[in-house]
Design a protein around this ligand. Structure first.
Ligand code: SF4
Ligand code: SF4
Length: 1951
């Protein structure tokens, strides 16, 4: 049903919109008479407070309806008594009745009231009367008016007061609570749900004997106009909590306004889902004597459809009413301080928190919570202090607390205290005791209220368990690991490296071990990758991904901040209690009797300890999660069975261990992720989850992301046993050092995991493991509802997809790979290339073929190559992405229009932008080339967060304009000055980045050159951190403020916000649009160039297709789409991608990787190492010289793509790109023969937003955002200063009052100056002096420029002098302040002052709040004290602190000087020391810091570290060589720069031409081989290995190069034999196309691959490693192979491995074919034919020609001449022979050299020579050849034409002519006898890509099918034919495909 704008009820889920994703942030405050005096003035002040926070709220599209506002007050008894008496009733005394407002619908008003009355009756209560709330709704906005409820106030009294007599005090309140709760449960029936059913709504805003809530869908100003009660002078109260809401939700509602019943909230609870689930789970163990059985009527504690604040309010209310806790204690329990890492915290308090954490996990997230129960009123700030909270106390005993100062008017002389709430602290007023209770006092009192320390002493840790089990375990022993059946030796090496079948079953591959696990064992860290993730989504992968790959980590953006887990680690903790929970409602020592873990990883020994423990009477049950392989497809039943077992066990066991140890040939494991998720949810449903811990004993889990998934879905601890067994194996194999003992391996791995989990939690803004656990912070992509509902309930999975059946099938395929019918090559782990590209393995968008084609197309403007590129790219897109599952839906061909009628490409390219790649991550050359290109074509380039050197935007050359139109402002704030901002067309706020959303970046010191340091205002050589959070954006209203700052700093720039796709991004975007952003970029998860851990690159973010369409739909639904221009980016490749983006709603499209590729990037994925060999992602001056990109290449790319778009548009009959936007009817799901793809459901993505809301315009940017800039004080001041700006007057003085509504003061004035004078500011002698009085609004003096001096007498809010750009700011308290007021003890400025300041001075008399001078890079500041995190990340400037500093001072500071008040300095040092000691136990990274302000920067030098390695000769163990042993230190990272290619392959020509021995100088080659291997860069896209350009076999070259480098020759051999049966042949005679394709070959000699290959196999023969290896089983099938050339032999070898009996038939008397008869002995030794004393002419070139020359020479020829008909090849690649094609270059090979040496007459080759006639002597013998010179020219069609050069005929003397012309074709008689078809070249015809012929059982491969080809192609053919034959014979094959990757026959259709 279309959306009705006049009744915009919150719709049900529609398209990708889901109301669940509502988030809000707000302004909040309270005002209280501390002594409890009731007055109406308080309400008046509350109204003012509410109005002054208007800018913190938001408005709907009608610009009138607010997002919500409300007030909670203590009951005005006399006022209500009066009103009730007017209704003819008498209100009992205060406290003996309860009241509240109900929101009711007109459709069932009376029946609702009746039902409520009946319910009250049933609870011994009665409704005294109802009162209709008087109101004035003419102030409401249209939207709010249309959804307005009927508001009835109810008065409830005891039915019979005597019933409560003699009862404990508070029983009446409890009964009222039960009434409220049951009413909410029972009367909020579905059909009365407020969602869309206004006429039957039922909602209790509050019901209490002490407080009442007035709230609704207002803006703050409407609140007090609407409720007549609130402005009635009789209405008197002593407590008011006010709240204004900024909802990102599209559809704010009356009910969701705050305050809730007890609290109002500014912020967001990130851990909500886990908190709700675990609360539900506790229902199984909770009991309360007072409530008895009634307790269950309160369940679920968290009511349905609650927001995060509503849910927390439910739990808070419950704890206070039923949990034996006071309101302050309940708050302290649910939102604890960061106590874990605070060594200075009082022990009593710490023990209370420890006890508290045994009861509840923290509700974590940025939060300022205000609360009241009528007696207490207070506020608490989250542990990280992420919301602003300021308070005043007046002489007249009033306390005002609010998000801002300036909201309450008081004479300075009346104010006795100005303070702010500090992180984790509570502000509390007890109106009964009439006092403010200090945080420390109150917490101490609570801490000592029970014997928490004694209770805590009952907790148990692993050490206790180990000690208690000492009788059973005399040492910390490891369990015995049973060798798997069939292993040859009983050693761990044999079991794992040589074929532990568990490895393939669990999906291990070489990358897992080498790229992910080894770094964790060695460095305690995860490895880094770069250039994003271009592999398929798990739901499209054909390589059986594990369940974890379907999950994407969610991350914080806009509505809450991510955390920097390292620099701000004081708030992070992984400690966690697990095991049986006590009764949290009646706490006692049992509550603490839980197992306390430091982190979730268990060692093998500790798991055994837990299995056997009897401590505290605990019992452990091991549940087998493997099941019979014969029922493998019934996975769901197997899961159900595990759940049943868990349910039974949970009743009397405290630890459940889900174990897959029993995996075997007959038992297949349920994935640990599925099993644990299902058990967790099952135990919640059966209310048993709180009784036990769930532990995994699994071989499947090893990566951080996998651990996060299982913990996120409820697992308490994991023992990843395979990880530890693999560590043993690696040590025994010398792959890792012997120093890495079992204990060290465990410790290092656990530390790496801790670090990784911390990062994952931090990206969502979660700081404790306890609250991350079970919080389900994931979205699934491509999982069906059956899987989600059983195992991951409540998780978003928006496109359906893979069900249990497919998961079971894929698991079975892995089982087959492990235990298949025949081992074949499956003994070696397959390496499908999930991270780096591998031929024949996992697909990648950036494969070698498309990279090569794109470069060919753009460099040479080659349209044909572009078309091929499009074909290749579309193919990869289909394999990998959601958009690849679509096809364009061309309407009727009659509607097509000529291409010329479509708007020109020059218009379309204006919609293109390049991505935010910063100068720093890429080189100056690459960065400026992109800018020039985009300026040439009218598109936009983006500075990235690294800023831009001012030369580039100040001196613009119209022809070569290097200015980036988009200037980015990110968390790093590098070089963001007034001038930088003023010279932008667009200012982009980066909230997150696609490649690693939620994470920060780091520019290592070695990339910080002088230029970069200058641009970023930092110090050369010192690493730079970009933290994940912007320190001025902790919520949506902070973002709105930054948008406003930037608009003020450059009113003509478009303001853009960059978001990353994730579920709910549409709702976030609607908040961003309400925050007045003009442009929104939705980035996909897959793009990006930045370096990050693989966990971040692969595990976070969603495809842009989902995010874009959700955003377009939600903005349209909210009628906000027209206010913003929408852009999408993320691995955009072709015009097809552009079409899809536009159809899904994008106005513009961004590109990053593709233009980089056009400029020469080869997707090395080495950006983080500074070793980019093409000069793009590097700052190394030598490498930068190699940059060959040109702006034209980029321009060509964009224009070719725009032309492609025009072609599609013309076919669709669309003239303008704008008309395509949002046309989802032009896109449809592509039919797919892949079952996984066909299960996906894209209806939600393809929903037409404009049909849901037809009245909404979807023309992006057609409605201007109204910033109301005219209301600023700047607008008034600028004209007054104009003369100074114009240089007409010296110094101008301005004086004014200011209030908190005046935000971003000074920004536009600075802009006016910066436009004219740049950052130099006003010239000397001119200036503006501004004197102000009052409370300044946020961002006071933001970006203030030189020449402007501002003095403020008063105080200011957050962000003072942010980005200070040379101006001067002075702030001091009012001169008439109270005499007791001491500036050094009172807060004067808010959070995040001088953030990103670059120059200027600030003098502040008073104390600043948190995060002072964060990222200051050049300003001078003096202040009297600061809060936590002061001077964090500072890179320059001077800061003088004349007072206290908070915690975490100077974390990550890398430059500048901070002078700190001496006492504080000492204290800070002590804190740091204690914290480090504490943290080292927690195994999280130590941040680099020193406290004196002169920081020693952490400069990582890992890339310069050279590993000590031994040369090949050491491994070969040649005695002679061992004697000469020399340890050589080689550098693999920069080997390609440092080492030259070894060119000498052959023995000296003089020597070798005299013998028939092999020409190679093996000894020499081998000696330098390690150095040669060090030249290989292990490319992310190894072109050498690609079958399109490199090795046809797909030899895994980077892998064997690396193994040779590491001396692991045996494994190198294994890898080589996985793809090549005869490396001894190819290593000698293959022409090595791999080397032609090697990336190094672009501008250097390629890696010497062939020599390495040859040495590996020769060495293997010498070592005796090559032995016959007959198959264990014979299939009983027989195969005949005709021909024993390389193809025949390879096929035979493979078929033999597969167990078939093979007979090879050869017509000659020796086997080998070409090997025997085509290759001369000195290349491949054998007997020779003697031919002496002849003049020889060789006709034909190439390798064959050279071999003929060499052979003739050794056979005693008199002379040798070689004819080549083509011209002499060039020395450099010709234009039509680009890299990575095989290089056609002039090359002197061994034969040519030998001829020169022998006769001294130079090269024997004669180019451009054509033989015309063989001349005979009189006997008929050959005596000469008549030849002629030819010439080559191009005809008009561009074809080469040959002509003879007149008069050039020559007679060559010759008695022997050798025709080096190759293979003549297969033998006809064989073909005829089989009746096979032949093609024109006489080759046997088979289907493309297949080897079977139409004749059943007959296959063709090699030259007979392919025609004349290289030996390496022949082997490839033989191997692949064998695989097909094997499948033909036994129905399946475990022989590998290309690249050595085995693909067992899959059972699902077509995949
Ligand atoms: S077989 Fe040929 S192409 Fe392949 S790696 Fe060896 S030398 Fe290179
Ligand atoms: S051989 Fe060349 S292309 Fe291959 S991985 Fe090494 S450097 Fe890259």
């Amino acid at each position: 049903m279309p959306f009705d704008p006049l009744r915009p009820k919150c719709p049900e889920k529609v398209g990708l919109y889901d109301p669940k994703h509502e988030k809000d942030a707000c302004g909040v405050g309270f005002i209280v008479h501390i002594d409890g005096t009731q007055s109406h003035d308080l309400l008046f002040d509350a109204e003012q407070l509410s109005n002054r926070m208007e800018h913190r709220g938001a408005c709907s599209a009608d610009n009138d309806s607010g997002d919500g506002a409300g007030v909670l007050v203590a009951i005005p008894h006399e006022f209500f008594a009066n009103k009730v008496s007017q209704l003819g009733e008498t209100l009992p005394a205060f406290g003996q009745y309860a009241t509240g407002i109900l929101f009711l619908g007109s459709g069932n008003l009376d029946s609702s009231k009746k039902e409520f009355e009946d319910l009250a009756e049933s609870l011994n209560l009665k409704v005294l009367c109802w009162r209709r709330i008087p109101k004035k709704n003419d102030c409401l906005g249209e939207i709010a008016r249309n959804t307005e409820p009927i508001m009835e106030q109810v008065f409830v009294v005891p039915k019979d007061p005597s019933n409560f007599e003699g009862e404990e005090e508070g029983m009446f309140g409890i009964q009222v609570f039960i009434l409220r709760k049951t009413a909410s449960h029972k009367l909020n029936r579905e059909e009365r749900d407020w969602k869309g059913h206004n006429d039957k709504r039922f909602y209790v805003a509050s019901l209490s004997p002490s407080t009442i809530v007035y709230k609704g869908q207002f803006n703050p100003c409407q609140l007090f106009k609407y409720f007549e009660d609130l402005v009635n002078p009789e209405f008197k109260t002593h407590i008011c909590i006010v709240h204004t809401r900024f909802s990102t939700n599209t559809f704010p509602s009356w009910e969701r306004a705050h305050p809730n019943r007890m609290l109002a909230h500014n912020g967001e609870i990130n851990t909500l889902r886990g908190n709700i689930n675990l609360m539900k789970a506790r229902e199984g163990v909770m009991a309360n004597m007072k409530f008895g059985k009634k307790l269950s009527e309160l369940y679920p504690v968290v009511e349905s459809e609650m927001s995060d604040s509503g849910s927390l309010d439910n739990v808070l209310e419950f704890l206070v009413m039923a949990g034996n806790r006071s309101l302050p204690e309940a708050i302290m329990t649910l939102v604890p301080e960061a106590w874990q890492n605070d060594p200075l915290m009082d022990n009593n308090k710490k023990n209370f928190y420890r006890f508290g954490s045994c009861c509840f996990e923290p509700w974590d997230g940025p939060a300022l919570l205000t609360f009241s129960d009528g007696r207490y009123v207070g506020a608490i700030l989250d542990r990280n202090g992420l919301r602003p909270s300021r308070f005043y106390v007046t002489k007249s005993n009033i306390m005002v607390m609010a998000s801002e100062v300036g909201v309450y008017d008081a004479e300075p002389s009346d104010i006795v205290q100005k303070g702010r709430l500090m992180p984790g602290r509570m502000l509390l007023v007890d109106t009964k005791e009439k006092k403010i209770i200090q945080d420390e006092v109150m917490k101490q009192e609570i801490a000592l209220s029970r014997p928490h320390d004694q209770w805590w002493s009952k907790h148990v840790n692993l050490g206790d368990l180990r000690k208690a089990n000492i009788a059973q375990f005399s040492t910390d022993r490891r369990p015995i690991i049973k060798p798997l059946e069939g292993s040859e030796e009983d050693s761990i090496v044999a079991r794992i490296w040589q074929g532990d079948r568990r490895m393939p079953m669990f999906g291990y591959n070489l990358e897992t071990i080498q790229m992910l696990m080894i770094p964790m064992f060695q460095t305690k860290k995860e490895a880094l990758g770069s250039m994003g993730n271009d592999a398929p989504l798990a739901c499209l992968s054909k390589l059986q991904p594990l369940i974890y790959e379907y999950f994407k980590q969610l991350f914080a953006q806009v509505t809450n901040p991510p955390i920097d887990p390292f620099r701000e680690r004081i708030v992070m903790s992984l400690e966690c209690p697990i095991g049986p929970e006590g009764n949290v409602l009646e706490p006692d020592e049992k509550t603490c009797k839980r197992l306390w873990l430091k982190n979730p990883i268990l060692s093998l020994g500790d798991l055994e300890v837990i299995k056997n423990t009897t401590v505290l009477g605990w019992k452990t049950k091991v549940i087998d999660i493997t099941y019979d392989v014969n029922g493998a497809l019934d996975l769901e039943s197997a899961i159900e069975e595990v759940c049943k077992q868990a349910e039974n066990a949970a009743k009397d066991h405290q630890f459940l261990i889900l174990s897959d140890r029993n995996l075997s040939e007959n038992r297949i494991p349920i994935s640990a992720g599925l099993a644990s998720g299902a058990v967790h949810h099952h135990l919640i449903n059966t209310r048993l989850r709180s009784k036990c811990a769930i532990i995994l004993e699994t071989g499947e889990i090893r990566e951080v992301h996998q651990i996060c998934v299982v913990v996120g879905f409820g697992v308490d601890a994991i023992c990843p046993y395979m990880v530890f067994e693999i560590a043993q194996m690696l040590r025994e194999e010398n792959v890792i050092s012997a120093d890495i003992t079992d204990e060290v391996a465990y410790a290092n791995y656990a530390a790496a995991v801790d670090r990784g989990i911390s990062k994952v939690m931090a990206k969502m803004g979660i700081s404790t493991m306890q609250s991350y656990k079970a919080a389900q912070i994931f979205e699934a992509v491509g999982l069906a509802d059956d899987v989600i509902n059983r195992c991951f309930k409540g998780t978003a999975s928006r496109i359906g997809g893979v069900n249990f059946r497919i998961l079971a099938q894929e698991s079975l395929i892995r089982h087959k790979l492990a235990f298949g019918h025949n081992e074949c090559d499956a003994r070696i782990l397959r390496d499908p290339g999930f991270l780096h590209y591998r031929s024949g393995g996992e697909k990648h968008i950036n494969d070698p073929n498309s990279v090569a084609l794109l470069q060919e197309a753009t460099k040479h403007e080659n349209q044909a190559a572009y078309q091929k590129y499009v074909d290749a790219a579309v193919e990869s897109i289909r394999d990998c992405t959601i958009r690849g599952q679509f096809e364009l839906n061309f309407p009727d061909p009659d509607k097509a229009i000529p291409v010329d009628d479509v708007e020109p490409a020059s218009e379309i390219v204006k919609r293109f932008a390049t991505g935010a790649m910063s100068f720093g991550s890429i080189s100056y050359e690459a960065h400026s080339t992109l800018a020039v290109a985009m300026n040439k074509m009218g598109g936009k380039s983006n500075t990235g967060e690294g800023g831009e050197n001012s030369d580039r935007y100040l001196n613009q050359d119209p022809e070569y304009n290097m200015r980036s139109a988009i200037k980015q402002v990110a968390s790093g704030r590098f070089g963001v000055t007034a001038s930088y901002l003023s010279h932008a067309d667009e200012l982009q706020i980066k909230m997150a980045q696609g490649a690693k959303p939620g994470e920060g970046g780091e520019l290592p010191g070695f990339k910080v050159t002088i230029d970069i340091a200058k641009t970023r205002h930092s110090v050369p050589g010192v690493g730079l951190i970009s933290p994940p959070p912007h320190h001025d954006i902790y919520s949506i209203e902070d973002l709105a403020q930054l948008i406003y700052d930037l608009k003020c700093a450059n009113p003509s720039a478009r303001i853009s916000v960059k978001l990353v796709s994730e579920v709910g991004v549409g709702v976030v975007a609607s908040g961003v649009a309400k925050g007045k952003s003009e442009h929104i970029l939705i980035s996909g998860h897959d793009g990006g160039t930045g370096a990050s851990s693989w966990t971040g690159i692969k595990g976070a973010g969603l495809p842009w297709e989902l995010g874009l369409s959700e955003t377009h739909q939600v903005l349209t639904l909210n009628n906000l789409r027209s206010r913003v221009v929408l852009q999408a980016d993320g691995q955009m490749r072709t015009g097809f991608d552009v079409m899809v983006a536009a159809i899904l709603g994008a106005d513009e499209v961004g590109f990053s990787t593709a233009p980089l590729i056009a400029m020469g990037c080869t997707m090395m994925r080495k950006c983080h190492l500074n070793t980019c060999p093409v000069g793009i992602a590097t700052q190394d001056p030598e490498l930068r010289k190699k940059f060959e990109g040109k702006p034209e290449h980029v321009v060509n790319f964009f224009f070719m793509m725009a032309e492609e778009v025009r072609t599609y548009l013309s076919k669709m009959g669309i003239r303008k790109f704008q008309d395509l936007i949002g046309r989802t009817d032009l896109l449809r799901q592509r039919p797919s023969d892949c079952e996984k793809a066909s299960l996906l459901n894209f209806n939600a993505i393809l929903m037409d937003a404009s049909k849901i809301r037809p009245d909404a315009s979807i023309v992006g940017g057609s409605v201007e955002q109204d910033f109301e800039l005219e209301k600023r004080l700047d607008s008034e001041i600028i004209p007054l200063c104009q003369d100074a700006i114009d240089g007409k007057e010296g110094v101008i003085l301005v004086e004014r009052e200011i209030n908190n509504n005046q935000r971003s003061f000074g920004a536009t004035l600075s802009h006016e100056i910066a436009k004219r004078y740049t950052n130099d500011g006003l010239p000397n002698g001119t200036g503006v002096d501004i004197k102000l009085k009052g409370s300044a609004g946020q961002s006071f003096c933001v970006f203030l420029i030189k020449g402007v001096n501002v003095t403020l007498e008063g105080d200011a809010n957050d962000y003072v002098a942010k980005g200070l750009s040379g101006g001067e700011v002075v702030i001091f308290p009012p001169k008439n302040s109270h005499e007791a007021f001491k500036s050094e003890e009172n807060i004067i400025v808010g959070n995040v002052c001088l953030y990103g300041a670059t120059s200027g001075r600030a003098f502040i008399r008073g104390v600043g709040a948190e995060r002072f001078c964060v990222r200051n890079s050049g300003a001078l500041a003096v202040i009297e004290g600061v809060g936590d995190h002061g001077c964090e990340y500072m890179t320059g400037g001077r800061v003088i602190i004349l007072g206290r500093t908070g915690r975490n001072f100077a974390a990550g500071m890398s430059g500048g000087i901070a002078y700190v008040f001496p006492r504080e300095y000492q204290r800070a040092l002590l804190e740091q020391k204690a914290a480090s000691e504490q943290m080292s136990n927690n195994s999280i990274e130590e941040p680099p810091k020193e406290m004196n302000g002169r920081i020693t920067p952490e400069i990582r030098v890992t890339n310069d570290k050279e590993s000590p390695v031994a040369d090949i000769e050491d491994s070969v163990k040649d005695k002679e060589m061992q004697a000469k042993k020399q340890e050589v230190i080689l550098d693999k990272t920069r080997g390609f720069v440092k080492y030259k290619r070894e060119t000498k392959m052959y023995r000296e020509a003089e020597d070798r031409l005299k013998d028939w021995n092999e020409i190679y100088d093996f000894k020499h080659v081998r000696r330098g081989l390690k150095k040669q291997a060090a030249r290989c860069m292990d490319c992310g896209v190894p072109f050498c290995h690609s079958t399109s350009h490199g090795c046809p076999l797909g030899n895994i070259i980077p892998k064997f190069n690396d193994l040779v480098f590491q001396d692991n020759w045996k494994e190198a051999l294994n890898q080589l034999l996985q793809t090549n049966n005869f490396p001894e042949f190819t290593g000698r005679v293959c022409p090595a196309p791999c080397e032609g394709a090697c990336v190094l070959g672009i501008n250097e000699p390629a890696v010497t691959i062939k020599n390495i290959e040859c040495s590996i196999i020769d060495n293997a023969f010498e070592q005796g490693w090559i032995k016959p290896n007959p198959p264990a089983k014979r299939s009983g099938k027989t195969v005949a192979v005709i021909g024993s050339g390389p193809a025949g032999l390879a096929a035979a070898d493979q078929l033999n491995k597969a167990g078939h009996l093979v007979t090879v038939y050869e017509r000659n008397n020796r086997i080998g074919g070409l090997l025997q008869y085509g290759i001369p002995t000195m290349k491949l030794s054998k007997e020779v034919v003697q031919r002496h004393g002849k003049d020889v002419v060789v006709i034909g070139g190439g390798d064959t020609g050279c071999d003929c020359i060499g052979t003739s020479l050794r056979q005693g020829a008199n002379s040798i001449t070689s004819f080549e008909i083509l011209p002499t090849p060039p020395d450099m690649r010709a234009k039509d022979n680009p890299w990575p094609q095989y290089p056609k270059l002039f090359k002197v090979d061994y034969g040519h050299e030998e001829v020169s040496v022998k006769w001294g007459k130079g090269d024997p080759r004669r180019y451009n020579t054509e033989s015309l006639e063989f001349l005979k002597d009189k006997d008929g013998n050959l005596e000469g050849i008549r030849a002629v010179q030819v010439e080559w020219t191009k005809d008009n069609a561009g074809r080469w034409v040959k002509s003879q050069v007149e008069g050039s005929e020559t007679i060559y003397k010759c008695q022997l002519a050798l025709l080096a012309m190759g293979f003549l074709g297969p033998e006809d008689y064989v073909i005829e006898s089989f009746g096979l078809e032949q093609d024109a070249r006489s080759n046997i015809v088979t289907k493309p890509g297949r080897f079977s012929t139409p004749k059943d059982g007959v296959f063709a491969a090699g030259d007979c099918r392919r025609g004349q080809s290289l030996v390496v192609w022949a082997i490839t053919e033989g191997r692949q034919a064998a695989r097909e034959i094997d499948e033909y014979l036994v129905g399946d094959s475990l022989l590998p495909g290309l690249g050595g990757v085995i693909h067992p026959r899959v059972t699902q259709k077509g995949c």
